[in-house]
Write a protein that binds this ligand. Structure first.
Ligand SMILES: [Zn+2]
Length: 425
């Protein structure tokens, strides 16, 4: 964390002449980014510079105020900055409503900005709350977050600013949020910003703080009836064949998704139906649920349909309960896998070629040992239902031996008078 009031505890270079003689004028909460308004006293460049929070820690960005001129590290994807720049240079500032909820009053506050255009990025930023609550309890935490994610904000924060925007709108310059930020920070004696790290150690995250649901109890894996949850999306699909993938790419490029959605849903549902058939043939007691946003087509009668046409807090919490009771969750790559993999015992993820560069970014399985390999399996999206079923069976049926082999009682290098109980079993 770093301070922005009463003083800014950051030293910035001019992106044009590298001078340190910079006047720092004001700080803006533009949406995803915090920006500082600067003037270089050496070359007289007026520019905005990002403050190091979220992805701006990895990709610091500066841009000139008067005419389009961009300064950024090489290999920075345009997903990160283009909307913000377009909004600024074309004066497309977005209006939005903000609802402030106060739980506790503090003179000193720490702001965690969780706005982002992807749910996964927002959620990862929010997880920073846990460590801040532990390390600086004397400073009140202010969370800025899309209103649809209010259900995930943990207890213990001082304030929440719920911003009524959808994820895509977060990419623009949110002028009402900036005005609100300017007014609000007047009342505090000191203001800090969280770095809002987007890469966290999942073994140190207490997911229950956020989901109100404890994760799957691994000690009960073999005792409770087997249970699988399929996570089904209607904007990203389990596409196996080359023609499907080509058609999907073309439909995205031309904005024709709505014309082909039924076809993709149909193909995907066929595969989940076949998977359910194979799994229930192996194990008639297996319960399989389906969750996900959208119910365009009927789903296999072998699945318990828990999908929803819109999301609310009750649905989200119900789904969390299902993940936490699931021996496995199965779905295609995407930030929709973060919470399920944080709560279930394991997962099967179907990964497309396009998402190989994002490998494991959407996975939150908190194991440190061989369990990570056993319970976390990535398959190409071309995988057949039969191959997916084989992996699921290998986990469900192989757990007992796997668990025994990991047990310390099994690893004895002394002369045993009596074989340990576990080994005898
Ligand atoms: Zn300069």
């Amino acid at each position: 964390m770093f301070q922005i009031k009463p003083h800014i505890s950051l030293e910035l270079h001019c992106p044009n002449c590298n001078s340190l003689n910079i006047s720092q004028l004001s700080i803006h909460c533009a949406g995803i980014q915090f920006l500082i308004d600067c003037r270089c006293q050496t070359c007289e460049l007026d520019f905005f510079h990002t403050l190091p929070t979220g992805h701006a820690l990895l990709f610091p960005l500066a841009f000139a105020k008067k005419s389009p001129q961009l300064f950024l590290p090489s290999k920075t994807g345009d997903w990160y900055y283009q909307y913000l720049l377009d909004a600024y240079y074309q004066s497309r500032f977005l209006a939005c409503k903000i609802q402030k909820i106060t739980y506790q009053q503090f003179d000193k506050v720490l702001i965690i900005n969780c706005l982002d255009y992807l749910f996964g990025h927002s959620f990862l930023r929010l997880l920073n709350v846990e460590q801040h609550l532990k390390t600086t309890p004397e400073i009140g935490i202010v969370v800025i977050i899309p209103a649809t994610m209010a259900w995930l904000v943990p207890q213990g924060v001082a304030e929440v600013w719920l911003v009524e925007v959808n994820f895509a709108q977060c990419r623009y310059w949110l002028k009402d949020l900036d005005s609100f930020f300017q007014t609000q920070i007047q009342q505090y004696e000191a203001v800090y910003l969280s770095y809002a790290f987007v890469q966290l150690d999942w073994t140190k995250v207490n997911i229950e703080l956020f989901t109100r649901t404890p994760r799957f109890d691994l000690t009960k894996f073999a005792q409770i009836p087997p249970h699988i949850t399929l996570i089904i999306r209607e904007d990203r699909f389990w596409l196996r064949t080359q023609w499907e993938k080509l058609l999907f790419r073309i439909s995205i490029r031309l904005g024709w998704q709505k014309y082909f959605k039924t076809l993709f849903c149909y193909q995907q549902n066929r595969r989940f139906h076949r998977l359910a058939q194979l799994l229930q043939r192996q194990n008639p007691d297996l319960k399989i649920k389906a969750v996900g946003l959208g119910k365009s087509l009927k789903i296999s009668p072998l699945l318990e349909d828990q999908r929803a046409t819109h999301l609310d807090t009750k649905t989200e919490l119900d789904w969390c309960q299902m993940y936490s009771q699931s021996h496995l969750v199965v779905g295609v790559h995407g930030s929709n896998m973060l919470i399920p993999t944080a709560l279930s015992a394991g997962f099967i993820e179907l990964l497309s070629e396009e998402r190989i560069i994002n490998f494991a970014e959407d996975i939150a399985l908190p194991y440190q040992d061989r369990k990570l390999y056993f319970f976390g399996r990535f398959l190409p999206e071309t995988a057949s239902p039969r191959l997916v079923a084989q992996h699921i069976a290998a986990i469900l049926q192989g757990f007992r031996l796997f668990d025994l082999c990991l047990n310390d009682d099994y690893h004895r290098f002394v002369i045993d008078e009596n074989l340990p109980e576990k080994y005898r079993e």
